[in-house]
Structures are given as C-alpha cells and as structure tokens.
Design a protein around this ligand. Structure first.
Ligand code: GLN
Length: 446
C-alpha cells in the first residue's frame, strides 16, 4: 500500500485505481478487519478506514454490537467532515470490541479480527480492525478511538503508528460515547509522517463538542523536526509488570535515544494499580450512563414479541448487549449507586486528580515520558484471560487518558516476529514534540 504522503500525489485516475486494488485486496483478505461500507462515491478522495463507532452519514454504524444492527448514521461526525475538506474520504468500516470495551477485538458481534503478523494472535483492541487493516496492507491509514489505550495498544500489537491526541484536541461530535471524559479519536498509520498528516486533518476546534479546545488547528506535518534534542523521562519502576522482551526493548530504546544526544531522566510514578482501579470505576460509571440511551426505542434493533414497555427495555438490552458490555453497565451502575458513590466514584475522581498531577510534575522537568505500551506482545486467542487479567493489561495506557494527555505509540522492536511498541507521552496540546521524537526514533531504527 502506498503511504498517505504518496497517495496525496496521485491524480483522480490514480486514486480510483488505488481504490480498486484496495477492494480486491480486502475481498481476498481473511483478517476480518472490515465489517462493511466498502463502496464509496467520493472517487477522487483518498480512502481512510473508519472505526465502527464514528458516524458516517448513510453508513450502518454498530460499534460492533447487535443492539445497533440496522442503525443508519443520519449525519457525519466532525472528523469525517474535516477529512473530506482535506482530500480524504471514509472508506470501509473497521471491526472493534463491542462499544470499544476491550483489548482484543474479540468481543465484536462480527467475530474476531486476526493479527496480520501472526493469525493465532489477537490484533489488540478495541480499534483492532483499524490496526489490522493498516498493518495488513488493506488500508492506507485508519481512524480509531482511544479511551484507555484502544489506539496505541492495537497499533503496538500489529506494528503500526498510533496517536492518542490530547483530550479536547479532536472533536468527539459523532463518536459514539463510551466514557466521555476519556474518549478521543486519533490516527493509526504506517509511519510517523502519515500520522502527523492525518492528525492535522482531523484536529481543531469544533463548536459542536463542548469539550473541544478553542485553539488554532495544528500543522504538525509541516513543522516536523526530527533533529530536536529532548529531555526524556523514563519510569524504570513502572516496568516491573512487563515481560522480559518488553523490558529489553525499553532498555534498547533508552540506549538509542541517549546515544543520539537526548537527555534521559529517571522518574517515579504512582503505583499503577491505582490507575487501573480509578480507570475502571470512572469508565464503567460513564459507560453505564452513556449506554442507557440504547433502549430499543431510539436506535437500532428492538426485541420482538413484547407485551409491555418494561419488557421492551429488558429484552432489547438483554439480547442486544454482549457479556463485557453488561458487566460494565452493572459495575458502573453499582459505583454510582447511592451509598457507594462516595466510596468508589468520588474516590476514583480524587485518584484521577492525583494521577494527572503526577504526570504534570514529571512533565515540568522534561519534554516527554517514554513508556511501554503493553506489558506483553500480542497474546494468543487461546490465552483465555479473565476480565480482571484483561483489565490489568491496560496498565501503561490508561494513565494517559485519565490525565487527558497525548501519547504516540511506535514499533521499536520485535519478539519472534511480533512487534513491540513504545509510547512517548507529552504535555497537553504538544503533539508536535511527540511526532518529532517519534520521527527521529523511526528514522534511527530504519
Ligand atoms: N482496554 C480498555 C477498556 O477496555 C481500553 C478501551 C479503549 O480505549 N476504548 O476499557
């Protein structure tokens, strides 16, 4: 597949030819990365794959859930409008964990997506379809969403580049809400320059999103500078839960960065178990509230043979939601219920503030923080992790969402053919520095 930069040089016929090749490749692929919308009228725009939770007018958008079967998006998300203004077009709906809850893409109602690097392994999640499509050569680039790592972890497992922008940088208008205070849309691409290009295309103020930051739109691609020498914080203690292959890759990355003139500082971070606890209280609380709207009345599918309204809610939701979504709705309702609200929800919000403060303190002394993306490489479908074991996989990604910061995941190494990603975490709204250092590291590793 050509890169985005290469595709931007194509004329109308070139883009049409590219789309035809893409369609044939997708048809021949067994990855199950796409779940629909592979026809498109915008023939002279460059095709971008879109996660199944971003509204594209006229597409069936389901969030990988049976409950939204048949729901046709009546409008475009702001990111889709932005893409179109920049010469890109939505093309292909990518698979995901149901309502973006998960780390494997296996909870989708369309079945699992395979990791193109090794089909016995998970592609990561929840944006696994987007990452597998890019890494598998059946998408030039894709959009994903990241609530607690869902762009960075699948990018890391599949070996591509993924950027979770600062909270407020990219409009969430038209993104189906999972956890509104954590969700953010971002690019998954073949390389860092494409990541900057696609980020610039989607980012910017949007009056339709009340949490959108009223700042000038970024021009990170034009301003890319791989020559900057940075102060980089590392978190050695943070790593005690990681596999040895990840620890080795971390050390290797540190050595390369230090040999190339960057200054490395050791820093300490709050115990990661607090992050997991705070994240899973807050995201389930918000999810239980956000998902209340799927009631069989307003969107998508409604259960049949109903005798009263209560049955309509009960049957529609029981049949429409999968196990993980139900688990989270229960957990979220519990932590918000009277008597437990202070003990869990309010406590988690306090911990969230502490976590944000810690990142802020570290980032006062340095430009970026280097951390692994996940404690292991892509695991096998048979690994059969319990829900709790699965939640613990998110230790390196969720702090960033709780603090609202930007982070970029980049492949740096591999273990038996499986990619290993590292992430740079930056100051709020300083995506430029992340892209600069990621480009520098990408060039150095070539
Ligand atoms: N794995 C995390 C979760 O299940 C992250 C998901 C996401 O970022 N959407 O919540």
């Amino acid at each position: 597949m050509p890169t985005l930069q290469e595709a931007l040089k194509l004329d109308k016929d070139g883009i049409q030819a590219l789309k035809n090749t893409l369609k044939e490749k997708i048809k021949a692929s067994d990855l199950n990365a796409y779940v629909g919308a592979l026809e498109d009228a915008d023939t002279d725009l460059i095709p971008i794959a879109i996660k199944d939770n971003i509204n594209v007018k006229g597409w069936e958008i389901t969030c990988g859930s049976k409950i939204l079967e048949g729901y046709i998006a009546p409008y475009n998300a702001s990111v889709i409008e932005n893409l179109k203004h920049k010469g890109f077009a939505p093309f292909g709906r990518t698979n995901m964990d149901e309502f973006a809850m998960g780390s494997t893409t296996a909870s989708s109602c369309y079945g699992k997506t395979l990791n193109p690097r090794n089909k016995e392994r998970v592609p990561g999640g929840s944006s696994g379809g987007s990452a597998a499509a890019v890494a598998g050569g059946i998408a030039l680039a894709a959009l994903g969403s990241d609530t607690g790592g869902s762009i960075r972890q699948p990018a890391s497992f599949c070996g591509c580049v993924g950027l979770k922008p600062t909270y407020g940088r990219v409009s969430r208008y038209g993104l189906v809400a999972y956890s509104s205070s954590l969700d953010q849309i971002g690019p998954i691409t073949q390389n860092v320059s494409d990541c900057a290009l696609l980020f610039d295309a989607i980012a910017g103020y949007d009056r339709m999103d009340s949490t959108s930051a009223n700042l000038e739109s970024p021009s990170t691609f034009e301003d890319l500078n791989a020559k900057r020498k940075l102060k980089i914080a590392i978190l050695p203690e943070f790593l005690k839960n990681a596999d040895s292959s990840i620890q080795n890759a971390y050390q290797k990355t540190i050595d390369i960065l230090s040999q190339n003139g960057h200054t490395i500082f050791e820093k300490q971070m709050l115990d990661t178990s607090y992050m997991i606890a705070a994240y899973y209280v807050i995201c389930t609380a918000e999810a239980s509230s956000n998902l209340a709207r799927f009631d069989g009345v307003r969107y998508g599918k409604r259960a049949e043979n109903l005798s009263n309204l209560k049955e309509l809610y009960l049957k529609t939701r029981s049949q429409g939601f999968g196990d993980e979504v139900k688990r989270r709705i229960l957990l979220g309702s519990f932590v918000l219920s009277s008597g437990y609200y202070d003990a869990y929800y309010i406590k988690a919000q306090k911990v969230r503030t502490l976590i944000a403060r810690q990142y802020e303190e570290i980032l006062q002394d340095c430009d970026v923080i280097l951390s692994p993306v996940a404690p292991s490489v892509a695991f096998s479908f048979e690994a059969c992790k319990t829900p709790l074991q699965m939640y613990l996989e998110d230790i390196y990604t969720i702090g960033v969402n709780l603090a609202g910061l930007p982070a970029i995941s980049l492949p740096v190494d591999s273990d038996e053919g499986l990619p290993i990603g590292m992430q740079f975490i930056g100051k709020a709204f300083d995506e430029q520095t992340l892209l600069d250092i990621a480009l520098h590291l990408e060039n150095t590793l070539k």
